[in-house]
Write a protein that binds this ligand. Structure first.
Ligand SMILES: *Cc1c(COP(=O)(O)O)cnc(C)c1O
Length: 382
């Protein structure tokens, strides 16, 4: 009998009660005065959270739309883009930008590792790049990129390059401040570390990116054009396309919860939970995909030990009440991915760990039940 299921994939993440209540409210017209005010609060809240004096765009869509939006508004055909790829999500940018006729160069790290900063520096010295993209956390490898250092490097060596950060599996869970870290574009989706259901693309654009957009004139894209949305983000009583009313309420509540927790406290909590979770998983005998020192605080990818079958493991996990995700690319079939971001708390983490223990025991792997949960809790209470 399955009557509970904890979703621990790297998005969607657990949705807490107060956010669910916002999604369940009676929908009002998007011109409703109360909604207009609440939309405004969501926009202001998101801007303030990550610190930019540019713009924030909150629109219906998923993270992939935000990826496209970042390219659409900052590059035109013939421009040069440098893609730093730490896995499958980094690898999407050449496709997105290639379709526009942008020239793309890719610096790729071996899976599980990061591209060293010296390589960025060399590349930026060789050629003028109009933009650079990097995933803050690439969900396929669970690798964290040093986004602040990259921002410094670009500001120093190639200040005209627009710095685009894919924060989809990181933002609101891994430390990011837009203007302070010299990021020009940062984006995410509602279902990751904000802990809302899927449905929103959220993009922060700093002054440099806004100037770049203005210089491009008319762009081929319509729905994700900054210029269509800027009037709405300044005054949500205006109309361009119908906003997803209930999702915006839910996002506003997510922002409120983050402010209540404190964004810096939230980053520290993610680091602490992530480290404790990794220690517990190693205790169970898993090897992790991310190389040492580059582990994401928001998700972990575990390589199976000898004799464990991916499909069987994940099916049993589901039956034990916890959904985990399969791995991508080079790790497909060899690892599973487990999210621990957003509003996932000790309750969820311990539940996931004990389910993993039960499943491993069923699969004949020698485990001492309660051990991983013990390691986790000990680290969290130390
Ligand atoms: C999930 C994810 C995306 C894609 O987001 P969708 O909401 O699934 O479209 C992009 N980049 C990264 C790093 C992600 O984790």
């Amino acid at each position: 009998m399955l009557n509970k299921n904890l979703v621990m994939v790297p998005g969607p993440t657990p949705v807490v009660e107060s956010i669910k209540r916002e999604m369940g409210r009676d929908t009002v017209a998007h011109g409703d005065a109360g909604f207009v005010k609440e939309f405004k609060e969501a926009i202001e809240g998101a801007k303030e959270l990550l610190g930019t004096d540019g713009e924030v765009f909150i629109i219906a869509g998923s993270g992939s739309l935000a990826m496209e939006m970042s390219i659409a508004n900052n590059l035109k055909a013939g421009d040069n883009l440098l893609v730093i790829s730490h896995g499958a999500f980094g690898d999407r940018f050449p496709d997105i930008a290639g379709r526009k006729g942008v020239n793309v160069d890719v610096l790729k790290a071996p899976w599980g590792e990061i591209v060293p900063l010296e390589e960025f520096e060399k590349k930026l010295a060789e050629k003028h790049y109009d933009a650079l993209t990097v995933s803050h956390v690439d969900t396929s490898t669970a690798v964290l990129a040093p986004i602040a250092e990259i921002g410094e490097l670009i500001a120093e060596k190639s200040p005209e390059t627009v710095y685009i950060v894919d924060g989809v599996a990181a933002t609101a869970g891994a430390r990011a401040y837009v203007d302070e870290m010299k990021i020009d574009v940062l984006f995410t989706a509602s279902q990751k570390a904000f802990g809302v259901a899927p449905g929103l693309a959220i993009l922060w654009a700093g002054k440099k990116s806004l100037a770049r957009r203005a210089a491009l004139g008319t762009i081929p894209e319509y729905y994700c054009d900054y210029e269509k949305w800027i009037p709405i983000m300044h005054d949500p009583s205006k109309y361009f396309a119908t906003p997803p009313v209930n999702m915006i309420w839910a996002f506003r509540e997510a922002v409120r919860l983050i402010k209540e927790e404190g964004i810096e406290n939230r980053y520290v909590r993610h680091e602490k939970q992530g480290a404790a979770f990794r220690a517990a998983l190693r205790e169970l005998g898993f090897a992790l995909t991310a190389s040492k020192g580059h582990e994401a605080p928001t998700l972990t990818n575990c390589l199976y030990m000898e004799g464990v079958n991916d499909a069987e493991f994940r099916k049993l996990m589901y039956e034990e009440g916890v959904t985990v995700a399969g791995a991508l690319g080079e790790y497909a079939g060899k690892a599973f991915r487990i999210g621990h971001m957003g509003n996932a708390d000790d309750y969820d983490m311990v539940t996931a760990l004990t389910a993993i223990e039960r499943v491993l025991a069923k699969l004949g792997v020698s485990v001492e039940c309660g051990r991983a949960a013990g390691v986790y809790m000990k680290r969290m209470t130390d």
